[in-house]
Design a protein around this ligand. Structure first.
Ligand code: ZN
Length: 316
């Protein structure tokens, strides 16, 4: 037993060494990071909680958790900054606000990149990309993430006990050089970088196409599975699904009535006999997979005839 305990204390083969202690790290595992405790997909639920703006305390804890590590690298300007933060913990609000705001912009750009340019109800998550510059946006999502994060985010090289190297995907450090622009700017920049870091992790995960935004209440939510097929009649969160099905029913009903009206015109243009209602029903069934009888046509006769008129007028 003693042997096992001892061997656990020594540096294991794969462990990299800490710049602070010179010995193996105690990693901050994903499980202990504030905001990453729950949900089947911790990163996705963390991002949704940042986006909803109702978990500011969690965002604060998350930022503080990593600042604690940054603050172990002491410099005179860092010391002065830490004193300021101690005097006025409210300063961190700048970083919290900026992390939430930046995350929302990135989520919107990402989600909107899958929407049709002509019909906002048409959404194809498979088309989402970071390259296109969307209307009313100054740049693409890639350029935004590049400017905020990737350019200033060199991978960190770590070393193991045996001298071999490992490239570590480190988290964004607090940039003390930004302090020359004032505490507010430095903290806002820090919040932005964290938003870009977490969002780029989502983009690089299998869950990048799970995230969506409700067309009705504008809240962000995630599908249980990635939705890859095109949605034609708007995207709705579970709470607003009723809105979506109302819209879908209305639109498929509209399409059926349109088909009925078109067939009506076809019949009249090549027959002298009155339009057989049973035949119209069969034509609608052929196009829409429905099982209507003449009763459906007679029930909607007025609407069909209005459409016939409208179509004839449109043709002039
Ligand atoms: Zn909704």
């Amino acid at each position: 037993m003693t042997e096992i305990t001892q061997s656990r204390k020594t540096t294991r083969k794969g462990d990299t060494l800490s710049s602070l202690s010179g010995h193996a790290h105690n990693y901050i595992g994903a499980l202990t990071v504030p905001g990453f405790e729950d949900g089947p997909i911790p990163l996705l639920s963390f991002i949704l909680k940042v986006l909803d703006g109702e978990h500011r305390h969690m965002v604060r804890q998350h930022l503080e958790c990593f600042l604690y590590f940054d603050f172990q690298m002491r410099t005179p300007e860092m010391d002065e900054f830490i004193e300021h933060l101690k005097d006025d913990p409210g300063l961190l609000v700048y970083a919290i606000d900026s992390m939430i705001a930046t995350m929302r912009v990135m989520a919107d750009m990402w989600i909107d990149s899958g929407k049709s340019g002509t019909d906002r109800d048409v959404d194809t998550p498979a088309d989402r990309n970071v390259e296109d510059t969307l209307p009313k946006r100054p740049c693409s999502l890639f350029l935004m993430i590049d400017r905020i994060l990737l350019r200033n985010y060199p991978p960190r090289t770590k070393m193991r006990r045996d001298g071999s190297l490992e490239i570590e995907n480190t988290y964004p450090r607090f940039d003390s050089k930004m302090l020359q622009w004032g505490h507010k700017t430095a903290l806002e920049e820090h919040g932005k970088r964290w938003a870009a870091f977490r969002f780029s992790q989502l983009l690089d995960s299998p869950y990048s196409r799970h995230i969506s935004r409700c067309d009705y209440c504008k809240s962000y939510f995630a599908y249980r599975r990635a939705r890859l097929r095109m949605v034609k009649h708007g995207v709705f969160c579970p709470d607003c699904e009723g809105q979506g099905s109302m819209k879908r029913t209305k639109s498929s009903r509209t399409n059926r009535l349109d088909t009925a009206a078109k067939r009506w015109i076809d019949w009249e243009s090549s027959n002298v006999e009155p339009v057989p209602l049973e035949w119209v029903a069969e034509e609608v069934n052929k196009s829409h997979g429905t099982e209507f009888r003449r009763r459906w046509v007679s029930q909607h006769l007025e609407e069909i005839q209005e459409r016939v008129e409208a179509l004839r007028n449109a043709k002039g």
